[in-house]
Structure formats: C-alpha cells, structure tokens
Ligand binder design. Sequence first.
Ligand SMILES: *Cc1c(COP(=O)(O)O)cnc(C)c1O
Length: 376
Amino acid sequence: MYKMMTAGPTQIRENVRMAMSIERGNPDIDSDFCEYYHNVCLNLSKFFNTENEFYILGGEGILGLEAACASLTEKGDRVLVIDNGVYGKGFSDFVKMYGGEVVLYTVDYKNPVDVNKLEQYIKNDSNFKYTTVVHCDTPSGILNDVCSISSMLKKYNIMSVVDSVSASFGEPLSMGDIDILCLGSQKALSAPAGLTMIGVSDIAKKSMEERKTPIASFYANIMTFKSYYEDKWFPYTMPIYDIYALGQALENVMNDREIFERHKKIATAVRNAIFESGLTLYTESGFSNTVTVINVPEGLCADEIVNEIRNKYNILISGSFDIFKGKVLRIGHMGENANLYDVSKTLYALEKTLLNFGFKLNTSIEKAFIKYYYKL
Ligand SMILES: *Cc1c(COP(=O)(O)O)cnc(C)c1O
C-alpha cells in the first residue's frame, strides 16, 4: 500500500481499523449500540465546547452539507452563500435544490473572508434566513474565521451553517454561535470514510420545527434524529462498524493533548520550507494547518508529478479539482498524516521529483522542513 498523504481520506491508525474488526450486535435492536452512539455524540459536544446536540449520519461529509440545507431551506428563503472557494460556492447547489434563493457573497479565493467587510455588507441587507461558510476550503487551503463570522451574523439574527469537514480536529474550534456545524469522518479525524457528524443549535432546531412546509428529503432530514435517544430508534440502520471506528478515532484525538500544536508546527514548517525552496503557495493569507496548497511550477504537469511521486516513492499526494485542476498540488498533513516522519518523506519525494522534471530548487525542501520543525 502507498502512504496516503492526500487531503482526505487520511491514514487510519491501527486501533481504529481494529475497532472495525470486532464482531458487533444488531444496531436496530441492541440498546448498547444506542448508548455507544449517544456517548460518541456527547464527546463531540464536549470536544466542540458546546451544549448543542450532535448526530452522526450514515453518509460522507457532503451528506452533512446537504442535510443542513435540506432541513433549513423553504421555498423562497434567502440564503447568503459565502463564496471564497470551491466548497464555499458549492453550497449554492444545495440551497437551490431545496428551493432557496441564493445570494452569493463572492470575494477572492486566496484570503479568508474579512469579517468587517462582510458586516458592512450585512448592514445593508440582512434579510437572510441563514449563511453558509466553509472553515477550510480544501481545494485552495484558506481558513475562514467561522467563529467570528457566525457571532457577527447572530447579531443580525442570521443563522450560520459551517462546513468544517477538513479543518476540525486539526484546527481548534468551538461551536459557539454556529447553528449547524458539519464534520466528516475521513479528514483530520482519520476515521474511515462514510460518516458525517453534525452539531445543531436550539435555534436551528426551532427553525426546522417551525417550518411551514415539510423537509423535502428523508435521508437528509436532520429532524428524523431528533428523539432517537428517547425512542431508541434510528431512521435507518446505522453503520455500526463505521461508528465504532469513529468513536475510537475521536478517543484518539481527545487523548492527544498536542494535536493542534502539532498540526500548526508541521504546517508552518512545511510552508516555510516551500517558500525557502523557491516554490510558491496558492494561498496568500489565512493558511489552514491541515493542508498545504502549492502552485505547480510553470511548464510542469500536476498529474505527472503526482504519478511519479506515487510510482517511484509510494506516496500519494493530491492534485486539485474544479478551477484548480492541474494548477496546484496539495499535501494533506492532517490527522494521522500530521507527523514528522511522513511529512519529511513526502517532501523528499516532491523535491526529488521536481528536480527530476528539471525544476531548480533553492534548497532541499525536506531539509528545510526539518530545520524549521525543530526551530519552532
Ligand atoms: C472533503 C470535504 C467535504 C466532504 O466531502 P466528502 O467527499 O463527502 O467527504 C466537504 N467540504 C469540504 C471543505 C471538504 O474538504
């Protein structure tokens, strides 16, 4: 197997894989499972410093985003979609699909949203049911200050839906004033792909309860989970093996007191090494510590670099997609990937590959990384 240094899915620790191999009961009948599920949800509330309830839905991160939009949106609702990245803009599709009226707030993709400028905009037009915003927009690597954004929006009675699928567990976050927080299993949490976790505020629950029209989905209807614990009933059979793995991965994260420090240290050292080598980053400011997005040097081909690193060094890094396809390379130093050894090996492979394709580096990326790692 190659070493997975992609921006998700990430590597999975052995104890998480082992958790999947233990024989489990019937999740529809077994009340132990309901207790376990509930405890994982309580741990999520604890981890995000909130009293808000969390639910785990059987489907990847995208299901969480769709469920948030499906459950909040009624026909004609105005929704402000913050567009400073591919996932940011992508929320429009879900809002429209459920009858919402999208208003795009488009700013540049290289920097985080300026909260003050956004507030100036909101002062002129605050007639929105909710706003969508992405924490780390993974294809370009920017990190939005979703906590400040959601607090600002709360002053204007606007709910916020936050996609923190690729930031959470690598970047610190409290749920605070966020109304729906969307998470995924396969990024910095380093659990197997297949689950989304969503935190839901009381305000969001009330808004869903007070809808005039029913939610136009069953699978993406958050309210179907509302009384699962009291009723000991799930709307569909829960993927029990995935959930036990997720519970173990969450335990790993919660027992790891240095998790955020390590992500920061590794990401900062990677960025410094990239600068020193003469390569450039796509992002100008507001770098997420979960992923580094490197511009493909002029004249070189992203796919060829990714393939050579995979074939010769047995390491998989990411290209990108949508408007970034072929333009950038991405190293996912999040979750289990965020360790000195794997990141060094990855940068060594990148360095040798670029040299092989004729790109002149000012310094060894790997050596510069190690130097900065120990300096920080
Ligand atoms: C990965 C990711 C998602 C979810 O994608 P899945 O393929 O469903 O896991 C959503 N938002 C962001 C920002 C992501 O990086």
